[in-house]
Design a binder for this molecule. Structure first.
Ligand SMILES: Nc1ncnc2c1ncn2[C@@H]1O[C@H](COP(=O)(O)OP(=O)(O)O)[C@@H](O)[C@H]1O
Ligand SMILES: [Mg+2]
Length: 375
């Protein structure tokens, strides 16, 4: 039977830290394969981003309340109202599927308070949210594309077992995506194809058969390192590993660790428990600042902290004034320590990539030796 001519391809990503979607129409793809639309930006008070945190809020009847930034906002209110027992809040829940050989169809996810839910239901509700968000976006754009005309792509990391992929596929189907409209594509292969398309548009030479590329996917919790080889016009994953020591969220952790060092752990803990909205503001402010930094940047980096939060944590502000490398100016803190926050992660990332390169080379050496011996 001839392949159905879909009018649009929509791709969903339920990442470990952030989730998002993108789409491309058939006629635009024909004109320019790189004409890909991402979802309209998700916003917080501090910044806008093209993805939203992978977190889900359900009520006590396990019904959907919110996803992403909205779920974070609403859960902060829930904490303030002392109603955490009446809600389920799950964050970064796809982490469970990574490098986990013990994944089962009936696995359980714990929310932040320890209450349990079937993982497949958490995935279903999250995918359903992304799907309906996308459909709304298409409606607003006047695209008029129905489910029948959509081909769905779920991008997944290479570290997932077949069972993990199966759970996600079933969850997507239960979320309303028809199984014959759905394909699961490794993230590394998507990045590789995107890069190759870009190269071919730049009139660069097409990749030779047998050539290998290392795709290093830097996420919030890990660096996924994959070696992809093109052989007889097929893509083969010749090597894959995950380095769990160099995710970008560790930079944020390091930053909060410095706050703890300055103010004492209990001050920040107290703020998190008693003023979760302010704590969230600080987390998001740092995330925004982190994303704005590039390697060429020479100027001082400013971090705005809500003045109310500063007032609430008296002890913290007193400590700040004592610290030499921090200048406290009308609620803005110019941080000279920021380099320290990034350095450790960067060193680990470089070491991990070099190590994997050596491993891949050694592996190749072993394989070619075996080949020679078997001749
Ligand atoms: N411009 C940027 N500079 C530094 N870190 C970034 C930038 N954009 C995103 N990040 C970080 O990348 C991580 C998210 O990566 P992403 O691939 O979206 O998520 P996932 O972990 O779900 O795969 C987050 O920790 C985020 O802080
Ligand atoms: Mg990612």
């Amino acid at each position: 039977m001839a392949e159905k001519k879909y009018l649009m391809v929509a791709s969903l990503q339920l990442g470990r830290t952030y989730s998002c979607y993108a789409f491309s129409t058939r006629h635009e793809f024909k004109e320019d394969p790189l004409k890909i639309h991402v979802n309209p930006v998700w916003k917080t008070n501090q910044y806008m981003s093209m993805s939203t945190p992978t977190c889900l809020l359900l009520n006590k009847d396990k019904e959907f309340v919110a996803f992403g930034y909205e779920a974070e906002n609403e859960y902060a209110e829930v904490i303030l109202d002392g109603e955490t027992d009446d809600y389920y809040f799950m964050k970064s829940f796809t982490t469970l599927l990574h490098n986990n050989k013990d994944v089962t169809d009936d696995m359980i996810i714990k929310d932040v308070t320890g209450k349990t839910l079937p993982a497949s239901e958490v995935f279903r509700l999250s995918i359903k949210y992304l799907v309906s968000h996308l459909i709304q976006t298409l409606d607003k754009r006047g695209e008029g594309v129905g489910h029948e005309d959509l081909k769905w792509v779920l991008t997944i990391p290479s570290s997932w077992t077949e069972t993990a992929k199966h759970i996600m596929k079933l969850s997507a189907e239960k979320a309303g995506i028809q199984s014959d409209h759905l394909v699961m594509v490794p993230e590394s292969a998507s990045a590789y194809i995107y890069y190759q398309t870009l190269r071919s548009q730049d009139n660069k030479q097409k990749q030779q058969d047998g050539a290998e590329y290392m795709v290093v996917n830097l996420g919030g919790f890990a660096a996924d390192i994959t070696v992809i080889k093109r052989q007889n016009d097929k893509l083969i994953e010749s090597y894959h590993t995950t380095d769990n020591s160099c995710g970008s969220t560790f930079v944020n952790k390091q930053f909060f660790h410095i706050f703890d060092e300055i103010s004492g752990e209990s001050v920040m803990k107290n703020l998190k428990e008693n003023d979760p909205l302010f704590y969230l503001d600080i987390e998001r402010e740092f995330e925004a600042v982190k994303r704005s930094i590039d390697s060429e940047m020479q100027r001082k980096i400013s971090l705005s902290i809500p003045i109310v939060a500063l007032d609430k944590i008296q002890k913290f502000t007193e400590c700040l004034r004592k610290i030499k490398h921090l200048k406290y100016l009308n609620g803005n803190i110019a941080v000279g320590l920021l380099g320290k926050v990034f350095r450790a992660q960067l060193d680990m990332l470089i070491a991990a990539t070099e190590h994997e390169e050596r491993m891949a080379d050694e592996q190749k050496g072993i394989n070619s030796k075996r080949c020679r011996e078997s001749r």
